[in-house]
Design a protein around this ligand. Structure first.
Ligand code: PEP
Ligand code: MN
Length: 341
């Protein structure tokens, strides 16, 4: 439930309502909008039966949250959230681009990728160290060794680092090396893992599963937020459909649908959606035009030799063209992105 305060209500009225809620053991989340302040109530709203909240000074009305997810909903917090990762703001005016190889393979590879993506304007270096592969015989990632290289490379290039965590042990290890955790598509409903990253306060990029509805995806975000970590960014990466021309089908409509249902930022991963390098540029442009807050793109110094996802990784040269085009589209849709950093 949320409590909508009257326009121009006093700060003292907001704090009286907050105090009344807290005295019942309920949590309070205050969103100050341009016109109104909205107080989100966290906890069992039946506890409110005994106090006439709607009669308190400054209160306009109470509104139930009808969605199954609460903290992630736009009713709970109408203003868009901006997730600040060490000064890089995701969900603000500036677009955020995360780029780098599918997997960290060697020192040379990750350093070369880091320098190249930084030069084109990316703010984050991506690279998998715990790789969830369809086949157990495929390259599984360098694990902690890889994360050490990722950290060295991102520091040398002046970037932030993001990497996927696949287990509680991976969370503990990755915590030492990355600035943001990635929950992969296959783990979007691994509730134990979601709770684990929820207990850490580190920002989380939550990918949509290949067969996850938007409602299920936002409930997955709710698991993380319910542990106290509100630093969640969503990532649309394609869903499974009858179409086989691409690896997955990029659900571009997820971008406006999320903007309509949630305050959380959303970025798009065209690489795992398309599965083919020749489509990455078009899908990236479409994502930004549709209102995405950024992109996560697989870039490899030599895609043909990549140990995973070789067909979808793009070269640093193509990534540079992509960043240039994105900076132009950003202007048209009222966003900012500086090609060349
Ligand atoms: C990845 O980004 O490395 C990855 C495995 O993506 P997804 O979880 O979307 O398949
Ligand atoms: Mn990949």
């Amino acid at each position: 439930m949320v409590i909508v305060m009257k326009p121009g209500c006093q700060d003292s009225e907001i704090s009286e309502v907050s105090k009344a809620l807290e005295s019942l053991g309920l949590g309070v989340h205050i969103s100050r909008g341009m016109e109104r302040t909205i107080i989100g109530v966290i906890g069992d709203k039946r506890l409110l039966n005994d106090i006439p909240i709607e009669l308190m000074p400054g209160v306009e009305k109470t509104v139930p949250i009808v969605e199954s997810y609460k903290l992630a909903s736009k009713t709970f917090k109408p203003e868009p959230s901006i997730i600040d990762v060490k000064g890089v703001k995701i969900g603000g005016k500036e677009l955020v681009i995360m780029a780098g190889p599918c997997a960290i393979e060697s020192r040379e590879q990750i350093f070369e990728a880091a320098m190249a993506v930084k030069k084109s304007g990316a703010q984050f270096l991506r690279g998998g160290a715990f790789k969830p592969r369809t086949s157990p015989y495929a390259f599984q990632g360098l694990e902690e060794e890889g994360l050490k290289l990722l950290k060295e490379a991102k520091e040398a290039a002046g970037l932030l680092a993001i990497s996927e965590v696949t287990s509680e042990r991976a969370v503990e290890i990755a915590d030492l090396y990355v600035d943001m955790f990635q929950i992969g598509a296959r783990n979007v409903q691994n509730f134990q893992l979601l709770r684990e990253v929820g207990r850490s306060m580190k920002p989380v990029l939550l990918k949509r599963g290949p067969s996850t509805t938007i409602d299920e995806w936002l409930n997955a975000a709710e698991y993380i937020m319910n542990e106290g970590n509100y630093n969640v960014v969503l990532c649309e990466r394609g869903i499974r459909t009858f179409e086989t021309a691409t690896r997955n089908t990029l659900d571009i409509s997820a971008v406006p649908v999320i903007k309509n249902s949630s305050h959380l930022p959303i970025i798009v991963d065209p690489s795992h959606a398309a599965g083919k390098s020749q489509y990455i540029l078009s899908l990236s442009k479409a994502a930004i035009a549709a209102g995405s807050d950024g992109l996560i793109i697989e870039v490899h110094p030599n895609p043909r030799c990549a140990l995973s996802d070789a067909a979808q990784q793009i070269t640093p040269g193509d990534f540079d063209i992509l960043c240039r085009d994105i900076s132009r589209i950003a202007e048209i849709v009222g966003r900012e992105f500086t090609h060349g950093g």
